[in-house]
Write a protein that binds this ligand. Structure first.
Ligand SMILES: Nc1ncnc2c1ncn2[C@@H]1O[C@H](COP(=O)(O)OP(=O)(O)OP(=O)(O)O)[C@@H](O)[C@H]1O
Length: 366
C-alpha cells in the first residue's frame, strides 16, 4: 500500500505550529524512518497518517492510501497496525490472547473461524519466536519479548500499513539491535509498508529504505541512508547525521587562519566555516604544506573497530573528534597530553544554514 501526503499541516492552537505543510510519498512496501530532534514533528506526522490526529483544515491537505482518500477516514477504518514505545499489552491476557485479541473482536462477518485464528496466531508467534511463551503473561516477559508480542499483535489483522512510534525506545542497546532485525525481517517477509519514528540516527540509517530527516515541523530531506550521508541537502542534515568538527576562520589569498592554525583552501577572501567528519581527519606528528593545525589529545577511546580521539587547541572553541585505525593509534603512540597535527582529508561547507531546498556547496580539499 503506498501512502501519499499532500499539503498536510498541523497547528495545536493558533501559534503552536507542529507541522508546516508537508508533501510526502511512500512507495508500496517501503520502510521509512522519521528521524529528527525532539519536537520536530515526527510523532505528529505519524499520528496524522494513522488518523489519531486530524490535519489542519486550511490549507486543505490530503492523505491517500493507495488509491483511497483517507483524509477523513476514522483510524478504525484505515487498516493500520500500530506499535508504540510502551508496549500497551493487556496485562491480564496471555501472550496468545494478546495476539489473538484484534481478531476475536472483529464483527462476526469479518472474523476468521476459531481454527483460522488459532493458526494465524501460532504462525505469528512462530515468526517472532515466542511459541514457547504463548501461555505466559506480559509481566513474565522481558522488554524485548513484550515488544515482539506487540509486533505480532499489530500484524495479526494483516495491516497493509504498519506505524511504529519509537518502538524500541525503552529497550537497551543490544535488544534494540535484535528487534531492528526482527522488524526488517517481518517487513520483508510480509510485504507491508512501514513508517517508524525514531530520534536514533543509527537506528534510522540501519533499518530504513529511506529516512525523512525532520526539524521544526518540516522534512529537511528524504533519501536513502547513503544519499543522506554522502549528499546532505543542507547543514542541518549534515550535522544531525553524525559528529562534526568545526573550523571557523578568515580566508586571505587561499589560506584560512584561525589563531595559530592555518589551512590552504580554495575559497574567496572573507570569513569561512568548514565542517569535517571525524573520519575525514588524519593525525600526524608533523604539519603538512597545506595544513598546520596543532592540537593536543585530551581523551582516547580504543574500544570498537576504530579509535576515537578527542583533540583540543587554544584556537578552537569546541574540541574535535577524530577516528583513526588501531594501527595509527599504535604507531602514533596516542595518549592523553600528546601533541600532534590534524590533517583534513576533506571538508564541507554550506552556504546556507537550514533552507530545505538549498543544495550544498560541497567543497573538497586534498
Ligand atoms: N497535543 C499537543 N498540544 C500542543 N502541542 C503539541 C501537542 N503535541 C505535540 N505538540 C507540539 O508539537 C510539536 C511537535 O511535536 P511532536 O510530538 O510531533 O514532535 P516529535 O518530533 O515527535 O518529538 P519527540 O521526539 O520529543 O517525541 C512540538 O513543539 C510539541 O510541543
Amino acid at each position: 500500500m503506498s501512502i501519499r501526503l499532500e499539503n498536510i499541516a498541523k497547528h495545536y492552537g493558533p501559534s503552536a505550529r507542529a507541522l508546516s505543510p508537508i508533501d510526502l510519498e511512500i512507495g508500496e512496501g517501503e520502510l521509512i524512518g522519521l528521524l529528527g530532534p525532539s519536537g520536530s514533528g515526527k510523532t505528529t506526522l505519524l499520528r496524522i497518517m494513522a488518523g489519531l490526529e486530524a490535519p489542519d483544515r486550511a490549507p486543505a491537505g490530503r492523505i491517500q492510501f493507495g488509491e483511497r482518500d483517507v483524509t477523513r477516514v476514522h483510524v478504525r477504518d484505515r487498516r493500520i497496525g500500530f506499535v508504540f514505545q510502551h508496549y500497551a499489552l493487556f496485562r491480564h491476557m496471555s501472550v496468545y490472547d494478546n495476539v489473538a485479541f484484534g481478531l476475536t473482536v472483529l464483527p462476526r462477518r469479518e472474523r476468521p473461524s476459531s481454527g483460522e485464528i488459532r493458526a494465524r496466531v501460532h504462525r505469528l508467534l512462530e515468526m517472532v519466536q515466542l511459541e514457547q511463551l504463548a501461555n505466559r503473561y506480559p509481566a513474565q516477559l522481558s522488554g524485548g519479548q513484550q515488544q515482539r508480542v506487540s509486533l505480532a499483535r499489530a500484524l495479526a489483522l494483516r495491516p497493509e500499513v504498519l506505524l511504529l512510534d519509537e518502538p524500541f525506545g525503552a529497550l537497551d542497546a543490544k535488544v534494540r539491535q535484535e528487534l531492528r532485525r526482527w522488524l526488517r525481517h517481518l517487513h520483508d517477509e510480509l510485504g507491508f509498508t512501514s513508517v517508524f519514528v525514531t530520534h536514533d540516527q543509527e537506528e534510522a540509517l540501519e533499518l530504513s529504505d529511506r529516512v525523512a530527516v525532520m526539524s521544526n515541523g518540516r522534512i529537511e530531506q528524504i533519501d536513502t541512508p547513503e544519499a543522506l550521508y554522502r549528499a546532505p541537502a543542507n547543514r542541518f542534515v549534515f550535522e544531525f547525521l553524525g559528529d562534526v568538527n568545526h573550523l571557523e576562520g578568515e580566508v586571505r589569498q587561499g589560506v584560512l587562519t584561525c589563531g595559530e592554525a592555518r589551512l590552504a583552501v580554495d575559497l574567496p577572501d572573507g570569513a569561512a566555516e568548514l565542517l569535517m567528519r571525524p573520519h575525514e581527519l588524519a593525525l600526524a606528528t608533523a604539519p603538512s604544506t597545506e595544513a598546520h593545525l596543532p592540537m593536543t589529545v585530551t581523551a582516547v577511546s580504543p574500544v570498537g573497530a576504530e579509535v576515537r580521539v578527542e583533540l583540543a587547541a587554544d584556537w578552537l572553541a569546541e574540541p574535535w573528534l577524530a577516528t583513526v585505525r588501531h594501527a595509527d593509534f599504535e604507531h602514533l603512540a596516542l595518549a592523553r597530553g600528546k601533541r600532534l597535527f590534524a590533517l583534513p582529508r576533506r571538508w564541507h561547507r554550506f552556504d546556507d544554514g537550514a533552507r530545505p531546498a538549498a543544495r550544498p556547496r560541497l567543497a573538497t580539499a586534498g
